[in-house]
Ligand binder design. Structure first.
Ligand SMILES: Nc1nc2c(c(=O)[nH]1)N[C@H]1C(S)=C(S)[C@@H](COP(=O)(O)OP(=O)(O)OC[C@H]3O[C@@H](n4cnc5c(=O)[nH]c(N)nc54)[C@H](O)[C@@H]3O)O[C@H]1N2
Ligand SMILES: Nc1nc2c(c(=O)[nH]1)N[C@H]1C(S)=C(S)[C@@H](COP(=O)(O)OP(=O)(O)OC[C@H]3O[C@@H](n4cnc5c(=O)[nH]c(N)nc54)[C@H](O)[C@@H]3O)O[C@H]1N2
Ligand SMILES: [Mo]
Length: 769
């Protein structure tokens, strides 16, 4: 495939014509325009399916609750192109491995179960029963239950993921690595420690009541487009939107609502951010601390003058603990360190503090720019500290909002996809099913890969996702998968993970969320949970491409039945009627009483959040301040005299869904027809004696002697702080060391990789010639 490449800054607002155009192009390109349009219109409505795009909530009010990128997610699933055994007859696994992720994705839907033949290096057709029998054979041959890893990607439904965790635990292990480990883990860990619950405290309509919204480290224009409606609406009503983002992101600057035709026609775009700060990568903890330092100063000055202070003393006294130690830590942090680490001036941070202080109700939102660093848990807790000082919990229009990634990643955790489950949950599961669940903590994603590399893991099963491309340190991750005795992928589309098989490997084709899920007792719906703890039903409508595809729930049941039999759990009966699964969920997971009845409520039901009601499930039963010091460095000792000239973040383009590459454009950043680009500050470019458009190699500086390099990335000057770089994931995953992960969270540090760059060999030769 050949693409026309160009770099051309995008001058229009986000949304608007650009996204209407792009949406219609995607809808019509996929050759089943009518069916797609019908799908889009039913997305996120009371009846219909939940958008598989992101985990943003839905108000069920507007007629067309879809966005450009949701449209892509849906149309991509609805393709008529397919991959079956005859496709693999033509292509060996090693030949396919040479192809791009875009090529793999473009081949279409997987339609029949396939088994890898190591002798011929081709996948071949296998029956479902043979596939389940093969899995059972491998699992029964393990020396102990901890030799299996059950990976989950956040699109799996509540029903499928609950059944999956039950299977894993009945088989004896808590090894449940999942995509969340690479994503919002720091939010869960940080929030749990600070406020006792690892989820956001606000509801969607809180955005209508906020006076200020602080948006840290996220790019909603691309990754949560429906969030722009909430931000735009809030801004129109006078709320201040303050953005902290290393890059200038178009979607955070201006937004024309594509669902308001007048706005599009008149190009009347609304301003989103009233103030935009560009901290250094990893500089947000310092930035928030700087704000608090300024606020504490004002607070004390007022109190000394006999006036009412800034902080909410009543809230602090009644509901929190540790404020004095925290403020002492703030006093101990000097401005020089704050300015150096945040990359923002004292004046900018005082200005941000002034906006914060003038708002009665404040929401703080964040995503990967906060969670994929070494000190992410401390950074999340620093944001909580700020909010606690002002009592910004338990009131309308205020609170904490980690904006989740995958559409049901929050639900998966609620259902028990958790390598460190609570003892109470295990007790409930054990007594309901009369078995003794494993008590020891299992592996997260990094630990799972490490164990695989040590040859401690025999069976790897993935309920969705694409671990080979999503995990860091690609060559080591691929080797980890290849070292397994059996790898099993429950997937909708061909991806990189299928091409690094274990000694034996299976691809099990599943139907997607948009498709009709017909089981023995009739058509089934599933449920999901959004970022705002709303659980609702989702029912597909499209006819599956092949009768040989099965639902995720049926596949999990098939595996469990083959391994464990039906003595304790009649897995096959559960897969025949998902209501039965929901009855078990109701009996084992808090908040799900009368689950089946509640699914009838239009828009779903709210799970509740104790912290939002000022009940804190922490050791002190209060919200706990964290008094962590700012990190001394984001990197380990890189060797004598070695310092990293650049810090690289790896992020998403506009035309991708994680490792799924829809197209090669990144419209809002002005990149077309290519993905191997490196965003760099123009002054850094000049200082390096390099020019726009030249190709460079990027090499990681690390302390383990391993060379990590990617080549031929085109330099694109961009509005980004000096010393910071940005390039797309997953192309740059080979640069992220597996041993570089967040403290406590174990999340790979995808947003801070120490690197150096040099002109690529081809260019150097050209120059010499
Ligand atoms: N269309 C689409 N939608 C998606 C996804 C997708 O791939 N495509 N992925 C889904 C998933 S799983 C997730 S987790 C979310 C991801 O949503 P995002 O978190 O928005 O994803 P990223 O592209 O990684 O963008 C990170 C943003 O944070 C900024 N940033 C990076 N480091 C820092 C930092 O240290 N400080 C600050 N202040 N800013 C920083 C970057 O400049 C960038 O704007 O989106 C979900 N929705
Ligand atoms: N360098 C770097 N690495 C990162 C990140 C980063 O910002 N930078 N982000 C991290 C984040 S936030 C995340 S969440 C992870 C994502 O990690 P994963 O969730 O593992 O990856 P995805 O790309 O979302 O998975 C895509 C695959 O899922 C399958 N799939 C799609 N829909 C369905 C379905 O309905 N059912 C089933 N069974 N399968 C389906 C398809 O086969 C598709 O190829 O990546 C992480 N990796
Ligand atoms: Mo994510």
């Amino acid at each position: 495939m050949k693409f026309k490449t160009k770099i051309q800054p995008y001058r229009a607002a986000a949304g608007g014509w650009g996204s209407l155009e792009a949406t219609t192009r995607f809808v019509f390109d996929s050759k089943q325009a009518l069916k797609n349009m019908r799908n889009l219109m039913r997305m996120n409505k009371a009846k219909g399916f939940d958008c598989p795009g992101c985990a943003w909530g839905d108000d069920n009010k507007s007629t067309f609750s879809f966005c450009e990128n949701g449209a892509k997610a849906v149309t991509w699933e609805a393709t008529r192109r397919f991959v079956d055994a005859s496709f693999f007859k033509k292509h060996s696994v090693s030949a396919l491995y040479q192809q791009s992720d875009y090529f793999l994705e473009y081949q279409g839907r997987l339609t029949e179960p396939l088994r890898y033949n190591a002798e011929t290096d081709h996948y071949e057709a296998v029956s479902w029963d043979e596939a389940f029998a093969l899995i059972a054979k491998h699992i029964k041959a393990m020396d102990n239950p901890h030799q299996m890893e059950l990976y989950t990607s956040g699109r799996a439904s509540n029903e499928a993921s609950w059944l999956y965790q039950l299977f894993g635990r009945m088989n004896g292990s808590n090894n449940f690595p999942d995509c969340s480990n690479m994503c919002h883990e720091a939010s869960g860990s940080g929030l749990k420690r600070s406020i006792g619950v690892g989820k956001g405290t606000i509801r969607l309509d809180d955005f209508d009541h906020a006076d200020a919204i602080f948006v840290f480290g996220q790019n909603p224009g691309t990754n949560h487009p429906r969030m722009l409606h909430s931000l735009r609406h809030a801004a129109d009503h006078g709320a201040k939107i303050v953005t902290f983002n290393t890059l200038r992101e178009r979607g955070l600057e201006r937004f024309a609502d594509p669902q308001k035709p007048l706005e599009v026609v008149t190009s009347k775009a609304g301003t989103i951010s009233s103030t935009y700060y560009q901290p250094n990568l990893g500089g947000d903890m310092a930035a928030v601390r700087g704000m608090v330092k300024a606020l504490a100063e004002t607070h004390r000055a007022r109190v000394t003058a006999g006036e009412k202070g800034l902080f909410d003393e009543a809230f602090l006294n009644a509901k929190t603990q540790g404020v004095d130690a925290y403020l002492a830590a703030v006093d101990n942090t000097d401005w020089a360190q704050i300015v150096q680490q945040s990359g923002l001036s004292e004046q900018q941070l005082r200005e941000a503090a002034a906006i914060y202080q003038s708002a009665d109700r404040v929401i703080c939102t964040w995503a990967m720019g906060i969670t994929q660093h070494k000190h992410s848990v401390d950074t999340v807790r620093e944001i909580v500290n700020l909010q606690l000082l002002f009592g910004q919990l338990g009131k309308k229009g205020a609170g904490l909002c980690p904006v989740r990634g995958h559409s049901n990643v929050q639900g998966n955790r609620t259902m028990g996809i958790d390598e460190k489950p609570s003892q109470a949950f295990l007790d409930a599961l054990g007594s309901h099913f009369d078995f003794e669940p494993p008590r020891a903590a299992g592996h997260n994603t990094v630990e799972a890969l490490e164990a695989m590399l040590r040859d401690e893991i025999h069976v790897f099963i993935a309920l969705g996702g694409n671990l080979a491309a999503a995990a860091p340190d690609s060559p080591r991750t691929e080797e980890a998968l290849q070292r397994c005795g059996l790898t099993v992928h429950v997937s909708t589309k061909l991806n990189r993970s299928h091409l690094v098989p274990g000694a034996e490997s299976l691809i099990l084709p599943t139907i997607g969320r948009t498709e009709l899920d017909m089981q023995a007792t009739g058509s089934q719906f599933i449920t999901v949970e959004d970022s705002f703890s709303m659980v609702h039903a989702s029912e597909g409508i499209g006819k599956p491409l092949a009768t040989t595809q099965r639902s995720e729930t049926a596949i999990v049941a098939g595996i469990a039945n083959a391994v464990l039999g039906s003595e304790k759990v009649d897995w096959i009966a559960l897969a025949a009627d998902y209501n039965l699964i929901r009855e078990h969920i109701a009996a084992t997971i808090p908040g799900f009483q009368d689950f089946n009845a509640k699914c009838e409520q239009p828009g779903g039901f709210y799970l509740g959040n104790a912290a939002a009601e000022l009940r804190f499930n922490t050791p002190s039963q209060k919200a706990e301040f964290s008094a962590a010091a700012l990190p001394v460095s984001l990197f380990p000792d890189l060797g004598e005299g070695v310092t990293a000239p650049f810090t690289l973040q790896t992020l998403r383009s506009h035309d991708q869904y994680n490792t799924t590459i829809y197209g090669l454009d990144d419209r809002y950043r002005g990149v077309y027809g290519q993905r191997e680009v490196l965003f760099i500050n123009p002054e850094d470019l000049a200082e390096m004696g390099m020019m726009e458009g030249q190709n460079v190699d990027i090499e990681t500086l690390w302390n383990d002697g391993i060379t990590r390099r990617v080549s031929n990335f085109k330099l694109v000057p961009y509005n980004i702080p000096r010393g910071n770089l940005a390039a797309y994931y997953p192309e740059t995953n080979p640069l992220v060391p597996l041993s570089s992960y967040g403290d406590v969270s174990f999340t790979p540090t995808s947003k801070s990789v120490p690197v150096k760059i040099s002109l690529s060999a081809a260019v150097v030769t050209q120059r010499i010639a």
